[in-house]
Design a protein around this ligand. Structure first.
Ligand SMILES: *Cc1c(COP(=O)(O)O)cnc(C)c1O
Length: 456
């Protein structure tokens, strides 16, 4: 075989700046609204929760935002992340397509999430913050922030959803190894947690409750701020190191993607790989097809409404315009915990409305089958979330086979599945069920979206 299967950039090829797609939008993002006044919020409204540098990035329209050197120094622990060509998967599928994947599982936390945890910790430490609070469901975000906070001498307090705290003791042990404190949510440490426990002492918890607890503590104390692992503009921007590196690596391999595929929960790893390429198209350059893959049990982009909604269940956040299933919608249980969110990043939603990306939904059974096929061909066991991207890429490769087209497919393998082997065990035991969401509950949830006069 003449072509190398792995392309690594040297240290000097690490991107110097993140790419901010807000610079290239043909129409700006709809304003974020204050839930009480329904007026656009300003920086002061966010100041109790985030340091000013991150608030500035949230609304910036500068194209290139320099990556601070201390952040690049930490990125170098695992970046540039490798780009592989999936020769063996191509052969197994007997497709004329070329399949490339960017592998984010090489980070210390095993996913793309440290790409934003590190700069968020850096900017908070630089602003004199001493403590960060956050929530975690499956544990991937909590792990990443624990790692990053520790590097900058920050205390990290993680509210982990009770069921996952009890079911995933190893995730908690990793967070504690990095020096974080991990509390089962609902907890007795916040007024909101105590009120939930008063009604139901054995409450299993939810991401919405954990967010409310983390936000409550951050809002109360001047030395404490809050960190979110997806959805927000600055988080998506930090993830563009993935796509920027991939551009260099594809060029080194003397090729370019016709199709780009990523899985979407809040939208950050998908934006990370896709936005630099979409930006090129928005500036009049080469245009690739871009496919976002979501779970059929939580189909935000394919079945949700594009409307103003809250980011959390407790209705403490501002209102953003996004594809949403409604903040009261509870998706049925499935293993890709990182994709179980009722909303979608406003930037991803906006670009979908502008026709810059497509969305598809697959069941978890189909996605695990794709992940197992990938593992047997390429050797890496993907995270259940990443299996959605694998499934999307395989479907594109099979389409190329049917159409006899030798297209180039690039997908993001957002993380490895080493902490998710119980889900694989269930899959092999035939015990994974594909629970459909409740259509009635979705309709009810959508009918109770907040009413915005300008939209009525
Ligand atoms: C958290 C997570 C996701 C989903 O989050 P996004 O913000 O949509 O990227 C996907 N894959 C992995 C491995 C994750 O940890």
């Amino acid at each position: 075989m003449s072509e190398p299967t792995k392309y690594l950039l040297d240290e000097g090829r690490l991107p110097k700046a993140w790419y901010n797609i807000q610079a290239d939008l043909p129409q700006p993002l709809p304003a974020t609204l204050h839930p009480g006044t329904l007026q656009p919020i300003g920086p002061d409204d966010l100041a109790p929760l985030f340091p000013m540098e991150l608030i500035a990035q949230e609304v910036s329209t500068e194209r290139d935002i320099e990556i601070p050197e201390p952040v690049r120094e930490i990125y170098r622990l695992w970046r540039p992340a490798p780009l592989y060509r999936a020769h063996r998967l191509e052969r197994a599928l007997q497709t004329p397509a070329k399949i490339f994947y960017k592998y984010e599982g090489v980070s210390p936390a095993g996913s793309h999430k440290p790409n934003t945890a590190v700069p968020q910790a850096f900017y908070n430490a630089a602003a004199g913050v001493r403590r960060l609070t956050t929530e975690t469901g499956a544990g991937q975000w909590g792990t990443s922030l624990s790692f990053a906070g520790g590097l900058f001498g920050l205390e990290v307090l993680v509210f982990q959803v009770r069921v996952s705290y009890d079911q995933k003791p190893y995730r908690r042990a990793v967070m504690e190894t990095y020096g974080a404190r991990c509390v089962a949510s609902p907890s007795t440490e916040t007024a909101y947690g105590r009120s939930v426990l008063a009604q139901r002492p054995d409450h299993p918890g939810s991401l919405g409750i954990a967010i409310s607890e983390a936000v409550e503590l951050a809002a109360q104390r001047a030395d404490t701020k809050y960190a979110l692992g997806s959805v927000l503009n600055h988080v998506l921007m930090h993830q563009t190191v993935i796509g920027l590196e991939a551009m260099e690596q594809m060029a080194m391999a003397d090729t370019w993607p016709d199709v780009i595929v990523g899985c979407v929960g809040g939208g950050s790893n998908f934006a990370g790989i896709a936005f630099p390429f979409i930006g090129q198209a928005l500036r009049g350059g080469t245009r690739a097809r871009v496919v976002a893959v979501e779970p059929a049990a939580c189909p935000t982009l394919t079945r949700g409404r594009y409307a103003y909604d809250f980011g959390d269940t407790g209705h403490m956040t501002p209102l953003t315009k996004m594809h949403t299933l409604g903040s009261t919608f509870t998706p049925p249980g499935f293993h890709a915990g990182g994709l179980r969110y009722h909303g979608m990043a406003p930037l991803v939603s906006h670009l979908k409305e502008l026709g810059m990306l497509e969305a598809v939904a697959y069941t978890q059974g189909e996605c695990f089958a794709a992940g197992v096929q990938f593992a047997r061909a390429e050797g890496i066991v993907p995270a259940p979330e990443a299996n959605h991207a694998v499934k999307g890429a395989i479907e594109e490769a099979l389409r190329c086979k049917r159409e006899g087209r030798a297209e180039t497919i690039l997908f993001n393998l957002s993380g490895h599945g080493h902490f998710d082997m119980a889900a694989y065990q269930q899959y092999f035991a035939g015990a994974l069920t594909d629970e459909a969401y409740d259509e009635g509950e979705l309709a009810a949830s959508l009918s109770s979206l907040p009413r915005i006069p300008a939209e009525a």
